[in-house]
Design a protein around this ligand. Structure first.
Ligand code: ADP
Length: 532
C-alpha cells in the first residue's frame, strides 16, 4: 500500500485546515503534504479526523499511543463513544462555535481502551463546504493529565498554606529576596486595620512605633544582606491606635539553586509575657530588697540577743556559783548538828534535819547541772580528733553504776574517731549512759548496747537501752532545759542532762535525737563528723 493511501488526511484535512480549497497538486506539493501528514501521524498528540456525526476517518499513531486503540479498530467508530468523551459545554454550543469560527479549543475528559481517564487539551478544526456546513473535523488532543494533577496539587497546597497562615495566632508575611513584602496573612490586617495596598513593599513601617522603626529597618536590612535569619522585638500599632509588643522572626527560603527566593516572617504578640516578666522582675527585686533588709534586721537582733543571752548566762553562772557557798555551809552545819546533837535530839528533829540535808543536796545537784550547762554553752570549744571507743571505755570504768552487776553495758565496736571536743563529749556520753541505766523498770537489770552507723557523710552513735521508753509527745521536749518526761517523778533528776547533750552536740557541729516506744526501751543518737 502506498503511503498516500494510508493517510487520507494528507489529501483532505490539511489543505482544508487553511480554509483554502485544494489546489491542483504538483509532484512537489504532494510530496510536501505527505511529509506533513507523516509528521502529524508521528506527533505525540492524538490526531483524529472524523465526520460531523463522529465517524472516524483518520486515527494517527499518536492517537493509538494515547488511547490504546489500534487504527484498524478505531476507524469507522464514533469518537465520543469510543473515548467516552466528557465535554466542558454542550456539543451544540461547540458546533455553533465551529460554524462561526471554524475552530474550537477546550479541555476534554477521555478514557483509554483500558478505562484510564485522561484530561486532554483538545483543538478542533472544521472543514466547511460552500454552504458553511461542516463536512469534516480535525481533532488534535494533547495529554495534560499530569500537568492538571500537579496544578491541582499545587492549588491544594497553596490553599492549605493559606488556611494555615490565616489561622495561626501570629501575624505572618512574605517578602521577595530584597525584603519587599508581597503577602500578609489575614491576622496582620485584622490587627493593624490596614489595607494590602498600603502595606505592600515597605508600607509596614507605617504601623511601627516611631522610636523603633529606624532600628528595626536597619537590622532587617542587615539580615537581608547577610542572608541570616532575622529576629527583633518591637511594638506594632493596632487598629485601636495602641501598641503591643511583638517578637518577630524571618527565615530565608531558598530555591533549588540555593539562592534566597523569599523570606517568611512572623510577629508573635508577647505583650502579656513582657508584662508578666516585668512584674516578676519587680517582685524579685522587691523580694531581694526585703530579704536584705530582713537579713540586716536578723543580724542586728541576733547580735542583741547574743549580748543579752551572754549577760543572762553570766548572771546565771555567777548566781549559781555564789549560791553554792551558802548551800555548802547549810550542808556542813547540818552534818555537824546531826553528828554532835544526834543523841540529844528528838526523832522528829532528826527527821527534819535529814529533810533539810536532802533538799540542800538536791539543790546542790541542780546548781551543779546548771553550771555544767552554762559551761557547755559558754566555753570555747576547739574541735579535734576524739577516739569514741577509748573515751567510752574510760567513762564506763570510772562509774560503778555502768558496770556489772549493776548494769550490762556493751560496746559493739569498732567505733570510729570523730571530730569533737573531749570534755563536751564526755559530758554527753555520761548523761546518755546515766539515763540509760537510770530509767529502767523496778527490778530490771539495765542492758545497754552502744554501736555506730554511717549516715551519709556523718557518723551516728547509738545508745540503746531496755528501759521504760518515752511517750511520743514527750520525745520532742525532753532535750529542753528542765524538761522531764511524764514518768520521771519516780527517778531522780533535774531535767538538765539532755539539754547539755543537745547543746554540746550543736557546739561540735553535730546533732542529737531519740527513737523510742514506751515499754520497749529507747535509742538515743549523737551525730558527728567522722575523722579518717
Ligand atoms: P533527768 O534525767 O535529770 O530527768 P534529762 O534531761 O537527762 O533529765 O532527761 C530528760 C527526761 O527525758 C527525763 O526526765 C526522762 O523522762 C527522759 N529520758 C531521758 N533518757 C531516758 C531514757 N534512757 N529512757 C527513758 N526516758 C529517758
Amino acid at each position: 500500500m502506498a503511503d498516500a493511501d494510508k493517510i487520507p488526511l494528507a489529501e483532505s484535512a490539511v489543505p482544508a485546515a487553511n480554509g483554502v480549497a485544494a489546489p491542483q497538486m504538483t509532484v512537489d506539493t504532494t510530496e510536501a503534504l505527505r511529509k506533513q501528514a507523516r509528521l502529524i501521524d508521528l506527533a505525540p498528540a492524538g490526531t483524529i479526523v472524523r465526520r460531523l456525526d463522529g465517524t472516524i476517518t483518520f486515527w494517527s499513531q499518536g492517537a493509538e499511543r494515547l488511547y490504546g486503540w489500534p487504527q484498524e479498530e478505531a476507524i469507522g467508530r464514533r469518537t465520543h463513544e469510543l473515548l467516552r468523551t466528557e465535554f466542558p459545554e454542550s456539543l451544540e454550543s461547540i458546533v455553533g462555535i465551529l460554524r462561526r469560527e471554524g475552530t474550537w479549543t477546550g479541555e476534554l475528559r477521555h478514557y483509554t481502551r483500558q478505562g484510564k481517564p485522561l484530561t486532554v487539551q483538545s483543538y478542533w478544526l472544521a472543514e466547511l463546504n460552500a454552504q458553511g456546513e461542516i463536512t469534516e473535523l480535525l481533532e488534535c488532543n494533547s495529554d495534560i493529565t499530569e500537568r492538571k494533577a500537579s496544578e491541582e496539587a499545587l492549588r491544594e497546597s497553596e490553599e492549605r498554606f493559606r488556611v494555615l497562615a490565616d489561622n495561626i495566632p501570629q501575624l505572618a508575611w512574605m517578602t521577595n529576596a530584597d525584603g519587599w513584602i508581597f503577602w500578609y496573612n489575614r491576622r496582620w490586617f485584622d490587627y493593624t486595620g490596614t489595607m494590602p495596598e498600603l502595606m505592600k513593599g515597605w508600607g509596614w513601617q507605617a504601623v511601627h512605633h516611631p522610636d523603633h522603626v529606624e532600628r528595626v529597618t536597619e537590622r532587617f536590612k542587615t539580615s537581608l544582606v547577610a542572608g541570616e535569619p532575622w529576629e527583633d522585638t518591637f511594638p506594632l500599632r493596632s487598629n485601636q491606635g495602641t501598641y503591643r509588643w511583638f517578637l518577630s522572626r524571618a527565615f530565608p527560603i531558598k530555591d533549588s539553586s540555593g539562592k534566597i527566593a523569599r523570606w517568611f516572617g512572623t510577629n508573635t504578640d508577647i505583650t502579656e509575657l513582657r508584662e508578666t516578666r516585668e512584674s516578676l522582675e519587680r517582685a524579685q527585686a522587691e523580694l531581694k530588697d526585703r530579704a536584705e533588709k530582713l537579713e540586716e534586721t536578723v543580724a542586728v537582733r541576733t547580735a542583741e540577743l547574743r549580748e543579752s543571752n551572754a549577760e543572762l548566762e553570766a548572771f546565771c553562772y555567777s548566781l549559781s556559783h555564789d549560791m553554792r557557798g551558802p548551800l555548802r555551809a547549810i550542808l556542813s552545819f547540818t552534818d555537824f548538828v546531826m553528828e554532835d546533837g544526834a543523841a540529844v535530839m528528838s526523832a522528829t528533829a532528826r527527821d527534819y534535819l535529814q529533810r533539810v540535808s536532802g533538799a540542800a543536796r538536791r539543790l546542790d545537784r541542780l546548781i551543779q547541772d546548771v553550771l555544767a550547762f552554762s559551761r557547755v554553752s559558754r566555753e570555747r570549744v576547739e574541735l579535734g580528733r576524739v577516739d569514741l571507743e577509748k573515751l567510752l571505755r574510760e567513762i564506763i570504768q570510772e562509774r560503778l553504776e555502768l558496770q556489772e552487776p549493776a548494769a550490762e553495758v556493751r560496746i559493739d565496736g569498732p567505733l570510729p574517731s570523730v571530730r569533737g571536743h573531749e570534755a563536751s563529749l564526755t559530758q554527753c556520753l555520761t548523761n546518755l549512759l546515766g539515763n540509760a541505766v537510770k530509767f529502767v523498770g523496778r527490778g530490771v537489770v539495765p542492758r545497754v548496747r552502744i554501736y555506730s552507723e554511717a549516715t551519709g557523710d556523718r557518723v551516728r552513735l547509738w545508745v540503746e537501752d531496755n528501759g521504760i521508753g518515752i511517750e511520743k509527745a514527750a520525745q520532742g521536749k525532753i532535750f529542753g532545759l528542765f524538761e522531764r518526761g511524764q514518768r520521771s517523778a519516780d527517778y531522780e533528776g533535774t531535767g538538765v542532762g539532755l539539754a547539755i547533750v543537745r547543746k554540746a552536740a550543736e557546739r561540735m557541729c553535730g546533732s542529737a535525737g531519740v527513737e523510742s516506744e514506751p515499754g520497749h526501751g529507747s535509742r538515743f543518737w549523737l551525730e558527728l563528723a567522722p575523722v579518717e
